[in-house]
Design a protein. Structure first.
Length: 283
């Protein structure tokens, strides 16, 4: 969702990047942890929503800088120091990355494979202090969370869910690589079919590299998994992770207090759960 910037937000932008014009700037509200103010093609203002996001901003700025030095695609980096707004929340001017999200449900598997390969080549040693923990977004699959999800699922989907949860110990033993954390949609900017930049590395972690294939194919189409994954093992694990992501969505939905439409969600995730469980069973 986009809206006009407030006077306070415009003042913050002019403080962080006074050399640029912010006339007519708008704020993108879609991010869970940050708002983004856009007003020109040189910089954006990334504004933390919460004290927790504010506290994490120095790590985020350092991580984006480090990743930008290791990839050929553009990565947004800070153009100056972090500041605080009137509410004490952190904000920073970052380099504008041109382009828009790729249309969903299709994509060039060769380009997507290059992304997977490039991330696999990144050495983790110097990045580790800057990376998030696995499951940083939704939290780990605790016993209580599994049980609540299991009991809320229709009877016919419970065996598939149990099969997927049983894969977690094996997945945790996979040698880690750099995993973006949300490698799809508006976090990847394209221009005329060319990938220009990759945004929002806050959730990047040392984790199973098959997750990168899973994230990409969740957006571009699961029929591309075998072409995007570097090997059959990663293709299998990507399918398992897609099933676990569907269970995460279900877990989040049953925890909400606004009574979301579970029937609609279940129609969407049921085929994914069964497909993922079948991949797991193939070993």
């Amino acid at each position: 969702m986009s809206r006009a910037a407030t006077d306070a937000e415009l003042a913050l932008a002019r403080h962080l990047a006074p050399q640029l014009s912010w006339q007519g700037a708008r704020v993108e509200e879609g991010g869970q942890f940050h708002r983004v103010l856009l007003g020109n093609e040189q910089a954006v203002i990334r504004m933390a929503r919460t004290p927790q996001a504010s506290a994490a901003m120095p790590r985020s700025v350092a991580l984006h800088r480090a990743v930008s030095e290791r990839l050929t695609w553009q990565v947004p980096t800070a153009l100056g120091p972090i500041a605080t707004d009137a509410q004490g929340l952190a904000a920073v001017a970052m380099r504008y990355i041109p382009g828009t999200a790729h249309p969903p449900h299709r994509g060039d598997a060769r380009i997507l494979r290059r992304v997977v390969d490039a991330l696999a080549e990144v050495e983790l040693d110097t990045l580790r202090p800057l990376l998030a923990e696995p499951f940083a977004f939704g939290g780990p699959w605790t016993t209580e969370r599994r049980q609540a999800s299991h009991d809320a699922l229709p009877l016919e989907l419970r065996p598939a869910a149990r099969t997927l949860w049983e894969q977690l110990p094996e997945l945790a033993q996979v040698p880690p690589g750099l995993v973006h954390g949300d490698l799809a949609g508006h976090n990847m900017h394209w221009v005329n079919g060319e990938l220009i930049g990759i945004l929002d590395w806050d959730l990047a972690a040392a984790w199973d590299p098959a997750l990168n294939t899973a994230y990409l194919c969740l957006w571009h189409g699961q029929d591309l998994i075998d072409q995007v994954a570097p090997d059959p093992g990663q293709a299998r694990r990507a399918r398992i992770w897609l099933g676990l992501m569907s269970l995460e969505r279900f877990s989040d939905a049953i925890a909400r207090t606004d009574h979301p439409r579970l029937d609609k969600l279940l129609r969407k995730i049921s085929p994914r759960l069964r497909m993922a469980a079948a991949a797991a069973a193939r070993g």
